[in-house]
Write a protein of this length. Structure first.
Length: 63
């Protein structure tokens, strides 16, 4: 799992995120990090990122 600490998430990393609309089902969307949107060093629900596809969600899986 992982993805709660900003230092773990890097631009260009392959990750699995949960989109806002998928929070109830926890459906994972995979992609590559384009931007890190969370400013704080830690977030209990995962660091918010934008993928290269433009999708925004919280990191649940680091690859």
């Amino acid at each position: 799992m992982g993805g709660q600490s900003r230092s773990e998430v890097k631009v260009g990393a392959e990750v699995g995120i949960v989109l806002k609309e998928d929070q109830r089902t926890n459906r994972i969307t995979e992609g590559v990090v384009k931007d890190i949107l969370t400013n704080s060093q830690f977030h209990p629900h995962g660091i918010k990122v934008r993928l290269t596809t433009g999708e925004v969600g919280r990191v649940k899986i680091l690859k």
